[in-house]
Design a protein around this ligand. Sequence first.
Ligand code: FMN
Length: 334
Amino acid sequence: MKTAITELFNIEHPIIQGGMHYVGFAELAGAVSNAGGLGIITGLTQRTPELLAKEIARCHDLTDKPFGVNLTFLPSFSAPPYPEYIAAIREGGIKIVETAGRSPEQYMPALKAAGIKVIHKCTSVRHSLKAEQIGCDAVSVDGFECGGHPGEDDMPNMILLPRAAEELKIPFVASGGMADARSLVAALAMGAAGMNMGTRFIATKEAPVHDNVKKALVAASELDTRLVMRAIRNTERVLKNAGVDRLLEIERDKGAKLKIEDIHDEVAGVYPKVMIDGDMDAGAWSCGMVVGLIHDIPTVKELIDRIMADAERLIRSRLMGLLAAESRASLEVA
Ligand SMILES: Cc1cc2nc3c(=O)[nH]c(=O)nc-3n(C[C@H](O)[C@H](O)[C@H](O)COP(=O)(O)O)c2cc1C
């Protein structure tokens, strides 16, 4: 399948694996790129720019295909040295960066000078337009369903994607709630040039996370995510667990007076406990509503091949078939 996104990033299939803290290591990014999608290493999971340089080198050993690096600008307990991370990305020969969180405006000159294509992930039409205006090459439009930070507008993709299509000139992919061929075909119908998946890629053989995480995803339903940190305007969609129940209780107690320090134990340092140790009740970790559509743990290649084959069948048989039935009916009427 050829779309503006496959052309822009020189990939075979219009499927991107979004950056994911403690999941987006070389193993997963390399597997996604080898399967014809765009794999993305999560920059800030690497604690220093030197470690990121090593991770990039490891991914180059795993694939000859294009892969990218995610740079997330979110409120954190201590600000990372972004210019040094960008230097590691540039020197690692990376040509695609996924930015997220705040606007990447301040870093665009450095990224563009290095010939890097930037896809900015954001949750509203206004932020997408801003990304276009500051020179981003594409946008990942992240709906309210998404795992991670859906923003504060609560706009689901059925509205957000067609609105983005009405306004944007640069290509965009649909992000949030994407799991299979139905997601891809629907996203294309709404004007997207591909899709970005997070949660779905965690439940794959190559995702370098504890088996408990994959099993929890298969076991969970679409009713099992919760929104946390709304009171401090850092809303995150996470998988419900005992740590999240504690967090929600603190949030209920503190109300609008909630401060990040109040929930430090439930949100800080949780990812290694979950993803490496498999402690599923450690606290808040991102997970999308799409978890209700995850029923198996395939290899990345099986997942991507299945999506592309089913998408072709969906378009050729179901959609074209509906049109054919329609034209038969109109002939019979005539
Ligand atoms: C476990 C997990 C960790 C994530 N970490 C990041 C991150 O560090 N930076 C980022 O930009 N997005 C992050 N995301 C968001 C994903 O890149 C992607 O936008 C999102 O998962 C899409 O929604 P979906 O989960 O419904 O597919 C994370 C998502 C998950 C599930």
